[in-house]
Design a protein around this ligand. Sequence first.
Ligand code: MN
Length: 303
Amino acid sequence: MRTSYAPSDGMDAHVESPLSPDEDMDEWRSTYAIGDAQGCFDDLLRLLDKVDFDPHTDRLWFTGDLVNRGPNSLEILRFVRGLGNSAVTVLGNHDLYLLAAAAGSAETKKKDSIADVLNAPDCEDLLFWLRHQPLIHHDEQLGYTMVHAGLPPQWDLEAAQARARELETVLQNPNYEEFFKHMHGDKPRRWRDDLEGWERLRFIANCFTQLRYCDRDGRLALDGKGAGRSARKRVMPWFEVPDRASAGLAILFGHWAALSQRDIRTPGVYHLDTGCADRGDFTALRLEDRRYFRKRCRNEAYP
Ligand SMILES: [Mn+2]
């Protein structure tokens, strides 16, 4: 990794010219998909050291939740933004929570660690950048699709992209703060094409950023249980729903630190959140050869 990216050098958050592959290169060398970073910036740098990341030839994909819980949310945002088109990130629930908190629509909690972002001189720039990030990323050439949490069984790629664009459009609108007054809640539970207004947007946000369990009809069970004992038996991880419309995709996601690799027997499902903020591991998957890299998190200063 280039040492100029060490935090002591102070990342410039105002990099205007995005990095791109060197001119004599036809394509990027390697693409590393990285699980939820959650403010663990120093550990992220150690992981990038391990894979010998070079921002001029390699790309990083992040499964979202760049911020909160870990100690260095501000540095992570500046770093990923500064990478320009060498980095892709999708929005997670903690990212939306940060935006909601800045908009005065979230009660901050004791264990939050987003104050450094909210008090930073470049807060406005960083949050503007953050709310322009997508909810889904699909790369046809590499053959991967990435979301933070999950997809309901009714949505194929095209539907998921269209639903993501609806919410992205709202988040990128000057009146975006209004959405956060209506974001919270676990209803509606089931997708219908004729859902409208805040209910429609809330369902979309819940799928992309919160979903873990649902039933075979796509009713979200955001508390992990569903209603009643019989429903509990019927809920399953979203990726195990039979006849899921997105089954043909290779899907990268995070959000579910308690899920272990052993729990996943569904082909094409790549889970990357290994709980770095809870002194777990950082996980990266190199997409070109599907090789995993892991780094134990220490939450100590780099190096
Ligand atoms: Mn999450």
